[in-house]
Write a protein that binds this ligand. Structure first.
Ligand SMILES: Cc1cc2nc3c(=O)[nH]c(=O)nc-3n(C[C@H](O)[C@H](O)[C@H](O)COP(=O)(O)O)c2cc1C
Length: 336
């Protein structure tokens, strides 16, 4: 196994204090230290380079990458919803080899770490994509998108079954020394056993959450609108659900949790930190305004200054139960 290629160029916390800066460093494990807790989950990091300085971002989580190229789902693939959007892109991507050829050279010259989002339909797929990414300069980590049908288990998603989620995590863990993030699905009754199983199987960090399953209808109401019938709901509409899941998960695992779901403004970042997230990713909001993430970084610095903090870390976990273990189950029991 090749040595990991993680570049940690962010200044250390004492160095930052000397500079009079706010310490925003985030440690996601296995040497992956981010300069700040605002990540972007969109594209390959090059699409918005004209509008924002991507080097300022905490990290870039690139588009879902599969072993072979995928053309994606039939159209229409996207529709707006109140406070969100429904998409059924279907992991359209050029395949791992093309992603490495096209982008890794550029990423290698970047200060911002790039985490590659990996998808597959079998454990073998995930492991093979990971092996190809292992040791490639410019790739700082892997994020497993396990909301994919597991062909070996009759199409059931890896993400909704603790055993399947643990198996794919453990297999990828054996295949790589790269920092490993695993992304949870919100489409489950209780995410906590799944989160624990993934952490026990060797993930360095959890990401919460992927999109919620939904449908929209064609204007005629004669059929569903999306070519794939089902789509994934994202945007502010899902934030309360993602917030509940981060609240639940951060109480049952000892590894960092990165939140994603409907982040558009600083209040969302502060909310996710308060329920235990160490960082947030911004997805759908980028479509409307790619400058949001850098403005969130500036806003977080301002917020820390305003509160007299020299680090953002005191903002983490303030809304979690003070006595570990007792009221945490409440959120799960309250299911109308
Ligand atoms: C158009 C689109 C494409 C997405 N593609 C992926 C993907 O390839 N892999 C993945 O793990 N999540 C993917 N997601 C899910 C997002 O990363 C994120 O988990 C979800 O949209 C919630 O965050 P948001 O409300 O900030 O968008 C996609 C979301 C959208 C809207």
């Amino acid at each position: 196994m090749a040595a990991p290629t993680v570049r940690v160029e962010a200044p250390s916390a004492p160095e930052m204090r000397e500079l009079g800066e706010i310490d925003l460093l985030v440690d996601l494990g296995r040497g992956l230290v981010l300069a700040n807790p605002i990540l972007v989950a969109f594209g390959y990091g090059i699409e918005y380079g004209d509008v924002v300085d991507v080097q300022r971002l905490g990290a870039i989580c690139c588009k879902g990458t599969t072993l072979r190229p995928r053309i994606g789902n039939p159209t229409p693939r996207v529709t707006e919803t109140p406070a969100g959007m429904l998409n059924s892109i279907g992991l359209q991507n050029p395949g791992v080899d093309a992603v490495i050829d096209k982008y890794a050279g550029t990423w290698q010259g970047w200060r911002v770490p790039v985490i590659v989002n990996v998808a597959g339909e079998s454990i073998g797929d995930y492991v093979e994509v990971t092996r190809r990414l292992e040791g490639v300069p410019g790739i700082a980590g892997i994020e497993l998108n396990i909301s994919c049908p597991n062909v070996g288990k009759g199409g059931i998603q890896f993400a909704i079954d603790a055993e399947a989620a643990a198996s794919v995590t453990a297999a990828v863990r054996r295949a790589t020394d790269l920092p490993l993030l695993v992304k949870l699905s919100p489409n489950v009754a209780d995410v906590r056993p799944i989160a624990r199983a993934i952490a026990d199987a060797g993930a360095d960090t959890l990401t919460a959450v992927n999109t919620l399953s939904g449908i929209a209808l064609a204007p005629s109401r004669a059929r569903p609108l999306l070519g794939n019938i089902y789509g994934g709901l994202s945007g502010p509409a899902i934030k309360p659900i993602a917030l509940r899941i981060v609240y639940e998960v951060s109480q049952v695992v000892d590894i960092p949790v990165v939140a994603i779901g409907g982040v558009t403004e600083l209040a969302d970042v502060l909310d996710y930190l308060a329920v235990g997230a160490v960082a947030v990713q911004v997805g759908t909001a980028i479509f409307a305004d790619p400058t949001i993430p850098v403005r969130l970084i500036d806003g977080l610095v301002e917020e820390c200054r305003h509160r007299g903090l020299d680090s953002y870390r005191p903002l983490i976990g303030t809304a979690l139960p003070k006595k570990p273990g007792t009221p945490s189950a409440k959120g799960v029991e309250y299911r109308p």
